[in-house]
Write a protein that binds this ligand. Structure first.
Ligand SMILES: C[S@@+](CC[C@H](N)C(=O)[O-])C[C@H]1O[C@@H](n2cnc3c(N)ncnc32)[C@H](O)[C@@H]1O
Length: 242
């Protein structure tokens, strides 16, 4: 039998409290969650047995714990088939003449790789549409939004992009650090927003990407997020990977 950091009662309490932030602490990676909760308690000099009661009352502390449990991993050209669908099937149908702005949302954008990938794909496949494309990245994490705006990426984050595109669209800052060139950054805005707590503007987006976000959420939170997205899509707009 493996020794647990939290007993079942305690783990259950954490599950209930983090569900208030929409997070689903699934049993199948319980050990990972327990370790992270323990580290969080040590970092904040709090007793593990007191933590649930403090979290119940203190939203800031709860959000901080939720932040430390979510994985913010992202990389350029991740699951490329979604970008492929955008450039070959979705965008050509959205383009009108005379052209009107086309708004794309990267919901749960982490450190910005998805938003910048969208821009690169459009520049490569549909350059004539590029001036009309506005991209917004949103994430609940202040730290991630700061990283997205700053835009410094390790070579590991670029592993899926063909070399000639790295050459074309990135500035090499050091041997392992790259940043997107100014023409990629133009027309991309990043905002901190908890998509479960704040409503999006109605009929604001032609396309919404929400990838690798829902898997951390409770069923209720997923439904809420989907409703939020559906009302913010323009007529005929498309969601990618809800
Ligand atoms: C694993 S990353 C995925 C990044 C990117 N979409 C991708 O597929 O590469 C998940 C991101 O979703 C964000 N997230 C989770 N719940 C959110 C919410 N309610 N509102 C906004 N962002 C959220 C997290 O902060 C995290 O940065």
């Amino acid at each position: 039998m493996t020794s647990r950091i939290l007993n079942s009662f305690q783990f259950n309490l954490f599950q209930q409290i983090l569900a208030m932030e929409g997070l689903d602490l699934t049993e199948n990676i319980r050990e990972v969650f327990e370790l992270r909760i323990q580290r969080f308690a040590i970092r904040h000099r709090l007793r593990l047995d007191q933590l649930p009661y403090l979290l119940k009352e203190d939203e800031t502390l709860r959000i901080a714990l939720a932040e430390s449990l979510i994985i913010h991993e992202s990389y350029f050209y991740r699951e490329y088939h979604h970008f492929n669908a955008m450039i070959h099937h979705i965008l050509p149908k959205r383009a009108t003449c005379p052209a009107r702005p086309i708004s794309i949302l990267s919901a749960g954008c982490a450190s910005g790789e998805e938003a910048y990938s969208i821009r690169i794909c459009i520049l490569e496949a549909l350059p004539h549409l590029n001036p009309y494309i506005e991209i917004t990245g949103m994430d609940r994490s202040e730290q991630m939004i700061h990283a997205a705006r700053t835009g410094h990426y390790s070579i590991y984050a670029l592993r899926e992009i063909p070399d000639h595109l790295v050459e074309k669209y990135f500035i090499r800052e050091t041997s392992d650090l790259f940043s997107p060139k100014p023409d990629i950054r133009k027309g991309i805005n990043f905002f901190q927003s908890d998509l479960l707590k704040e409503s999006l503007n109605k009929k604001a987006y032609d396309i919404i990407f929400c990838r690798n976000v829902m898997m951390y959420l409770t069923t209720g939170a997923r439904e809420k997020l989907k409703c939020n997205f559906e009302s913010s899509l323009k007529p005929g707009g498309r969601g990618v990977s809800f």
